[in-house]
Design a binder for this molecule. Sequence first.
Ligand SMILES: C[S@@+](CC[C@H](N)C(=O)[O-])C[C@H]1O[C@@H](n2cnc3c(N)ncnc32)[C@H](O)[C@@H]1O
Length: 324
Amino acid sequence: MQQNKREHPVEKSKLHPRNKNRERYDFKLLIEGNPGLAPFVKPNRYGDESVDFADPEAVKALNKALLHHHYQIENWDIPEGYLCPPIPGRADYIHHMADFLCRNNYGKIPAGSTVKCFDIGVGASCIYPIIGIQEYGWSFIGSDIDPVSIESGNKIIASNPSLQGKLVCKLQTNPKDYFYGIIRKDEFIDLSICNPPFHASEKEALAGTHRKLNNLFQEKTSEPVLNFGGQNNELWCDGGEEKFVRNMILQSKKFASSCFCFSTLISKESNLKSVYRILEQAEAFGVETIPMGQGNKISRIVVWTFLTTEEQNQWKNTRWKAVL
Ligand SMILES: C[S@@+](CC[C@H](N)C(=O)[O-])C[C@H]1O[C@@H](n2cnc3c(N)ncnc32)[C@H](O)[C@@H]1O
């Protein structure tokens, strides 16, 4: 039964100002780019055009259309059951990091393929590299411990010329490593990013998925929840977000002078305390927390560097000539 129509804001104002996904979905335009979306677009219970966010095929079709419309991606797919990322939130991380680099580069965003990013846990979707490449021309290394994700990433690269030469996906063979095995000691990385597995056990990951689905059906959230899917091993690891990030921070110190800055999403606010403690123990020179808000979900990025101010100045003066 159709309920009273809701008033919708014209823009999703909590998203970053440069995020291309701020406006309400224009399904007519999206279908023009991806006709495969058409069968999934139906009026929701408020009579608005929408897709069923609990249907993985519908969410995938919407993602394909958004990637085509906003990011010039002609061919994109992920293996069945793999994490289908909500694109607006992923784009926010990239834009906030561009702003961070801008603040550290005389107010100009470093752009172009000489800006090298490293995405730890790139997933089957390659979502962060796609957005970073199309928005800022950066180049990426993406790592993952899951061979199926790496294979999927390689397929995405092979079927999209705009990504070729800009993204390399590498298999991390040791799940306890983050930088070792992927980054050469003589290689320079301007920015590392990471969306860590969140849950501490498979059971917790499943419960989280059920919670999201329940929220979706009861319409408790004002924003669509897109990423309920995902192989459980993408969503959990022993020790959850806290341990994953702790080990990443400790290992990042070994790459202190090869990376301008390291960053990670922290979904659980209560993990921040231990993250700051480890960063202090590791003697990070600078730490910044960037809040991000989408819908009802508030998240944040923690960024750190081991470079002194003088070393940072030297880095930007030698590496970041092309700017936006
Ligand atoms: C939450 S998913 C993020 C996927 C994608 N970046 C996204 O945002 O949709 C976390 C990813 O980290 C990968 N992963 C887990 N441990 C890893 C490690 N040590 N090195 C690289 N990737 C790892 C998982 O396989 C999974 O694909």
